[in-house]
Design a protein around this ligand. Structure first.
Ligand SMILES: Cc1cc2nc3c(=O)[nH]c(=O)nc-3n(C[C@H](O)[C@H](O)[C@H](O)COP(=O)(O)O)c2cc1C
Length: 356
């Protein structure tokens, strides 16, 4: 039986256990220059120190226009690399593997940061305003921005990158038929809608080498699981090493967060993907996993390769030790909307309750 304490190989890198920290963005940590600050470094150091096997650093913008907000971290220029070296050093010091999630908001661009652009002209945050359909040259430039950011990530000491392919951002917008109405090689079939990301994967592999981990956090349902798996197959064909499964654009199921048995429907998407890709590529599931018992159930029953932890490790970095060693921990309060994580992780009521 595999346990949460067992190592797992991702590409050629050994991860010391099955616990991964999910990407969770922080807003007021960075300034408008998008550079890493000491707050980021300490945040990730603390999670590595408490035993996370792999840390996926939060969504990081590949162009200034692709930021969530003006105080959002970036890797769009070389000057931003230096601070990331401190994050990777802090994580490596405690034996964690560390990758970084790369993102562009696309159609959902924050107007304070840049124009809404995407595969097609569709309603944006402001339903009255349509996004600008990207030309083929603009698509290639954007792919180049992802690849350049990945090269910077490698230079900063990251073990790999994760392409943000879910939650309705640019890569996901190419995959969804709701936002991709194109009739050229980037629209239409599953293969074509996956092409934007698949080409990025191939170029990152070429530029960053065979050993560099390339992960995609992909949508587990778009509009159905079979189509989402078919898209993910394209990523695997292109050289993706590790899939994390979350949600996309075309799924609004009010019961998705309700736990049925040991996990919720979001998490079950990862379980489906794991069943499909078993033995070929490691798969991680995420969402609502906030007790050690849930983690153990998922791993020990062979339902997933790794368990991705968001709010559980925001609430208490010692959650990992609770799983691995049975140590005490402070449980996430499951606030209706996690209003603390992105702005003030230190104000999370569960985190604040811990005597340090
Ligand atoms: C504060 C906060 C920030 C988040 N930022 C990101 C992000 O940068 N990238 C991403 O893919 N998901 C992001 N998410 C989603 C989480 O990675 C995760 O999928 C979600 O919180 C569900 O998992 P959980 O129940 O373990 O928290 C964020 C979630 C929270 C609460």
């Amino acid at each position: 039986m595999i346990t949460a304490n067992d190592p797992i190989r991702i590409n050629n890198t050994l991860v010391k256990n099955r616990l991964t920290m999910a990407p969770t963005v922080k807003f007021d940590y960075a300034g408008e220059d998008g550079k890493v600050t000491d707050k980021h470094i300490e945040h990730y150091r603390e999670r590595a120190q408490h035993g996370c096997g792999l840390i996926c650093v939060e969504a990081t913008a590949v162009t200034p226009g692709g930021r969530f907000a003006k105080n959002h971290m970036g890797l769009w220029e070389d000057e931003q690399t230096e601070g990331h070296k401190a994050i990777t050093a802090a994580c490596h010091e405690y034996g964690a593997v560390v990758i970084i999630q790369l993102n562009h908001t696309g159609i959902t661009a924050n107007p304070q940061c840049g124009p809404a652009i995407g595969p097609s002209a569709v309603p944006t945050r402001d339903p009255e305003v349509l996004s600008k359909e990207m030309s083929i040259d603009e698509i290639h430039d954007m792919q180049e921005s992802f690849v350049s950011a990945a090269v910077r990530a490698k230079n900063a000491g990251y073990d790999g990158v994760q392409l943000h392919g879910c939650h309705g951002y640019l890569i996901n917008q190419f995959v969804s038929k709701k936002t991709n109405l194109r009739q050229d090689e980037y629209g239409g079939s599953d293969e074509n809608r996956a092409r934007f990301c698949a080409e990025i994967i191939r170029s990152v592999r070429k530029e960053c080498g065979e050993d560099f981990i390339i992960s995609v956090r992909t949508t587990g349902i778009e509009p159905d699981i079979a189509t989402a798996i078919s898209v993910a197959e394209e990523y695997v064909k292109a050289g993706c090493d590790y899939l994390q499964i979350s949600t996309g654009i075309e799924w609004e199921d009010p019961s998705a967060k309700e736990v049925e048995g040991h996990y919720n429907k979001f998490c079950s998407l990862g379980v489906h993907f794991h069943e499909h890709f078993k033995g070929r590529i490691p798969v991680s599931c995420v969402n609502g996993i906030n007790t050690p018992e849930q983690v153990r159930y998922l791993i020990e029953n062979g339902l997933t390769d790794t368990v991705d932890l968001g709010r559980a490790v925001l609430a208490d970095p010692a959650f990992c030790e609770a799983v691995l060693e049975g140590a005490p921990y402070s449980k996430c309060f499951d606030c209706p909307r996690c209003q603390y994580g992105p702005m003030m992780p230190h104000k999370c009521p569960a985190y604040s309750a811990i005597a340090r």
